[in-house]
Design a protein around this ligand. Structure first.
Ligand SMILES: NC(=O)c1ccc[n+]([C@@H]2O[C@H](COP(=O)([O-])OP(=O)(O)OC[C@H]3O[C@@H](n4cnc5c(N)ncnc54)[C@H](O)[C@@H]3O)[C@@H](O)[C@H]2O)c1
Length: 335
């Protein structure tokens, strides 16, 4: 087992869900409530056989709604939860976001922890203290910054993850490497696709360290934390227009961003090619020729990040080095 500490959060890596009660001080099974993703419960039911106080979270983004949050709060009350209760979220980013949000508002805030079960949640969504839900199809628009007491990472959950979800996680790991670590990038270049799960500890650990380095100096996304949006400006727009998976959309978003960085003279073409090769080796798309750039830019313009037609765009100047540049939407069109 590895332990990382940040703020008041303990991150236990490479351990098992069954160690939970021994890792947590003052753990009271009776006063602990679990929000669990429906697929995780179905696929790993033997792990949860003895647990009471389970509330099931239907799979999918629709669960991240204020309506569903009020249902969870009602369920917690009818199960007898109180101010001293502990809330634990077991699932992907949808479940950890919901858990952090509910725990922050239930009786003005109770203690909580995460057991992320997707690669994306292990290396990204559970880290950094953002907990949000959606409103009228605007993503994560209602939320709080609040860190869990613990994050327990048990790789055995990944055995049941679909390949598409695994690749979604790797898209974020590639993003972390691109913005902050050439070493991690080289590991991604050299890994055999057959050995991904065997080497998962190294990828998750490195990815978490990168995210922590960034969020700890900019907790509220005023500056450095924006680097984590690399590929996401175009990516989010592509996801909502074309309905591609998050990983595929972010992959295309990174390709667009690098095209702009290359044209502006920041990223050299060899490095750009290395990134395209890594994306392809993970079966992530890199061909942007069929994407309607005008439509994508229109959506970006209307996005919450576009202030007075300027966008904080993330530019790579090397693999492992990125910076925030304020660009006009028109600059993106020319790029
Ligand atoms: N808070 C943050 O900083 C942050 C960062 C990135 C993403 N997010 C949020 O995270 C969400 C995406 O997270 P995600 O990709 O984990 O999606 P998800 O939670 O929807 O999980 C993806 C799918 O995998 C299934 N699943 C989960 N664990 C499984 C397992 N072990 N085996 C088999 N299936 C399993 C789920 O049922 C679901 O169908 C989005 O809502 C996004 O906004 C938040």
């Amino acid at each position: 087992m590895k332990l990382l500490n940040y703020d008041h959060t303990k991150i236990y890596l490479d351990t098992y869900f069954t160690n939970l009660s021994s890792l947590l001080e003052c753990f009271s099974e009776q006063n602990t409530y679990y929000l669990i993703d429906e697929n995780v419960l179905r696929l790993h039911h033997s792990k949860f056989a003895s647990i009471k106080n389970l509330i099931i979270i239907p799979s999918g983004e629709n669960s991240k709604s204020l309506n569903f949050i009020s249902q969870i709060v009602s369920n917690l009350l009818s199960l007898g939860a109180n101010r001293k209760s502990y809330l634990i979220g077991i699932g992907g980013g949808v479940t950890t976001d919901i858990t952090g949000f509910v725990a922050s508002v239930f009786m003005r805030g109770i203690s909580f922890g995460f057991i992320p079960t997707t690669l994306l949640a292990m290396c990204d969504a559970s880290i950094g203290g953002k907990n949000g839900v959606n409103l009228n199809s605007v993503k994560n628009i209602v939320g709080v910054f609040n860190n869990p007491d613990f994050i327990l990472i048990d790789y055995s959950f990944l055995k049941t993850l679909s390949n598409e979800e695994l690749v979604n996680g790797f898209a974020e790991i590639i993003k972390h490497a691109c913005i902050a670590s050439e070493d991690l990038f080289v590991k991604l270049e050299n890994i055999s696709q057959k050995n991904l799960l065997k080497n998962i500890d190294d990828f998750i650990y490195s990815s978490i360290l990168i995210k922590l380095d960034i969020v700890l100096i900019d907790k509220k996304e005023e500056n450095q934390r924006k680097l984590l949006n690399f590929g996401h400006t175009f990516g989010h727009a592509i996801e909502s227009i074309y309905g591609f998976s998050h990983g595929k959309s972010i992959s295309l978003g990174m390709v667009f961003a690098n095209q702009i960085a290359t044209k502006m003279g920041y990223l050299d073409t060899n490095q750009n090619t290395r990134i395209l090769n890594v994306l392809n080796s993970f079966n992530l798309p890199s061909d942007i020729s069929s994407i309607n750039k005008k439509e994508v830019l229109e959506l970006i313009y209307n996005d919450k990040k576009a202030i007075k037609s300027n966008i904080d765009f993330i530019i790579l100047n090397n693999i492992g080095e990125a910076f925030v540049k304020s660009l006009k939407v028109i600059d993106l069109i020319d790029g």
